[in-house]
Design a protein around this ligand. Sequence first.
Ligand SMILES: NC(=O)c1ccc[n+]([C@@H]2O[C@H](COP(=O)([O-])OP(=O)(O)OC[C@H]3O[C@@H](n4cnc5c(N)ncnc54)[C@H](O)[C@@H]3O)[C@@H](O)[C@H]2O)c1
Length: 379
Amino acid sequence: MSEKKNLNIGLVGYGFMGRTHSNAYCKVNNFFDLEYRPQLKAICGRGEENAKAFAAQWGYESVETDWKALVERDDIDAIDICTPNNTHAEIAIAAAKAGKMILCEKPLSMNLAEGEEMVKAVEEAGVANTIWYNYRRVPAVSLAKKLIDEKRLGKIFHYRANFLQDWTISSNLPQGGAALWRLDVNAAGSGVTGDLLAHCIDTAIWLNGSITDVSAMTETFIKERMHNLTGKVEKVGIDDACTFMCHFSNGSLGLFESTRYARGHKALYTFEINGEHASIKWDLHDLHRLEYFDHRDDSLVRGWRSVHVTDGDMPYMDKWWVPGLQIGYEHTFVHQVADFLDGLAKGTPTSPTFREALETQRVCDAVLNSAQSKQWVNV
Ligand SMILES: NC(=O)c1ccc[n+]([C@@H]2O[C@H](COP(=O)([O-])OP(=O)(O)OC[C@H]3O[C@@H](n4cnc5c(N)ncnc54)[C@H](O)[C@@H]3O)[C@@H](O)[C@H]2O)c1
């Protein structure tokens, strides 16, 4: 095998996503034959002890406690942003100015205006960039894209998606701080819209094209919560639930729902697409299967097929085990790193770029504006 080129990674934030991304950098070259090899050069976290422990566990060569110092280091090629949403813009813009490639967690930004600044920064700097909308790279979801692109569904009429959770139902749950920044509007930007629906919207735009206008409603079921940073009971500024309908530019109708108040559901991301000839359904809890119904089948055996997406001719699956053996959540991040490194070698952008993710941000902003104004809003 040829000598690899090193890609020195500086990763900011050693939480949930810090772990999934570090795992992906460690695994990617074992399974994908690529010109580049990520090097875990530096982990950045505000707590030095925790950052050192993370570095020891994952094999990072060094530790930084201030992302500004990380961004200025000459030995870092790419900055990976795994911190809460209110930090994405500042870190990404500084990283772009320092000429670093950027892999940034979703959502792109707190709002559209901030996202536009980020797109301008990476495009002016001419640095490679991508946003981790990882669900595109579940093999079954990539297969859905292939089936739609091959026109197997025919004209599409309906796109339906849900993302349901149940972890914020207790009114005793505080907001803000390390584990609960998602409930603090100043750290998260919004609630389920930016956190969960952003995933659904990214997948929808990828599979079914652009969204033209939206009509939404949001609800904040628990209006006040104790704030971990101030110690006071404060107003809750996020949306606990959001439902919206929309038109796609291809003439189809969309219906989206997300909540953290659906008792019994932990991360039920599902979508269903109904076309003239065929329909498809996918469910994150059963992520290696794609349900497919084709009206053109012989009527005596026509019915929903449950395609087990594990054969070597399925997207990404030739890189893993043998047919019948499935892969899981963490592999979606490995796939995104593999695509990023491949794009780097070929000089092609890795989708979704900041500019593509701005489209999702635009829809999120329109959804929140519509909920507030109780009007249809153009995207
Ligand atoms: N792609 C996905 O499916 C997915 C899933 C979860 C989270 N996310 C996104 O990833 C990002 C991080 O979420 P998470 O779940 O990993 O959060 P987390 O709370 O588990 O981790 C966040 C980390 O950032 C650190 N941090 C916060 N401010 C910092 C700063 N100024 N400098 C350095 N470190 C700082 C925290 O100490 C923590 O280690 C968010 O933008 C979130 O929306 C994406």
